[in-house]
Design a protein around this ligand. Structure first.
Ligand code: GLY
Length: 314
């Protein structure tokens, strides 16, 4: 029997146990990925995902998510969705109970409602206070990490330079959960869920729900998922690129490193991370801007293992 395991990005660390329990009971990789992502979505302390996500420029919390089944290459995604918490589960319903891969905005909300998901408020005291502080130009009062001139761009401002905006925000875009699991039947699945960039432009969708950009999974070669500046992963097709590199025989670490080199060719000072597994159970992770760890858990581990991701410099 294949040794099942699960890996995740920083935000998933404390919830990998939940996914591993499912794998240990001979559950599916899809279930393990979904429940782990749901746990992060429900955590109000994680401000880059689900409940308590930091709002967009208009003060709304909007979520993106995707899930992919490596056995069938089926995938489901939702984007720019408001007032529904478990977007990873809605994405899975899109995959399993609709003829489509991706639903956005009001259509995604209508689908969620028809599938029995309950509307809820996604903002918390902290996310409301964050937005208030932004509007009142006192983000620095929330902590030294926000003592940065981010420009205070507003929806009604016509003049802006997107790259400058992201340059200023890039170290403050926390969150986004990546989870990849391999189950005892040798099937793999991958999930990504996020509230996206802090104070993003209304309507902005990142890489997380874009199959091939933030998420890709194919039992034959491996799976890869991204965190960081989603625009870069979309422009680069990062997750699919990593899996394609693994198809050529590269291990997951090298494949992740190659894709981060490609990101450096797009932007001078990028902020992008990717994690991957291959069909043999090897794992890897790389980032463009620092050493970003990722987390591994299997049934032989005493605790979640921290694995070092490579810092790929230009
Ligand atoms: N990588 C998450 C996002 O850009 O929304």
């Amino acid at each position: 029997m294949v040794k099942p395991f699960i890996i995740g990005s920083e935000s998933a660390q404390k919830y990998l146990q939940i996914g591993l329990e499912i794998l240990g009971d001979r559950g599916t990789a899809l279930d393990a990925v979904e429940v782990t992502c749901r746990a992060v979505e429900a955590d109000p302390e994680d401000h880059g995902v689900g409940l308590g996500g930091i709002p967009n420029l208009a003060g709304q919390v909007t979520l993106d998510a995707s899930i992919m089944d490596g056995r069938t290459l089926n995938a489901g995604a939702v984007a720019d969705i408001k007032n529904y918490l478990h977007v990873i589960s809605i994405a899975r319903k899109v995959m399993e109970e609709s003829p489509h891969v991706m639903l956005v905005g009001e259509g995604a909300e209508l689908f969620a409602s028809q599938k029995g998901f309950k509307r809820t408020t996604l903002s918390t005291d902290y996310s409301r206070e964050f937005y208030r502080a932004f509007v009142e130009k006192r983000l620095h009062t929330l902590g030294p990490e926000y003592d940065v001139d981010i420009g205070y761009l507003r929806e009604d401002e016509q003049e802006y330079d997107m790259e400058t905006w992201y340059e200023k925000l890039k170290d403050h875009m926390r969150g986004t959960v990546n989870v990849i699991a391999l189950d005892s039947s040798s099937n793999m699945a991958s999930g990504v869920t996020t509230s996206g960039t802090y104070l993003k432009l209304p309507g902005r969708v990142g890489d997380s729900p874009i199959i091939g950009a933030g998420n890709y999974c194919d039992n034959r070669y491996g799976a890869a998922t991204c965190t960081g500046t989603g625009e870069l992963a979309i422009r680069n097709g990062t997750a699919r690129a990593v899996v394609a590199y693994m198809k050529t025989g590269m291990g997951p670490l090298r494949a992740c490193e190659e894709s981060m080199k490609e990101i450096h060719e797009i932007l001078e000072t990028p902020s992008m991370n990717v994690i991957a597994i291959d069909a043999f159970g090897n794992t890897g992770g790389a980032a463009t801007h620092r050493e970003v760890p990722y987390y591994y858990y299997d049934l032989d581990c005493v605790d979640v293992e921290t694995r070092k991701g490579t810092w790929v410099r230009k």
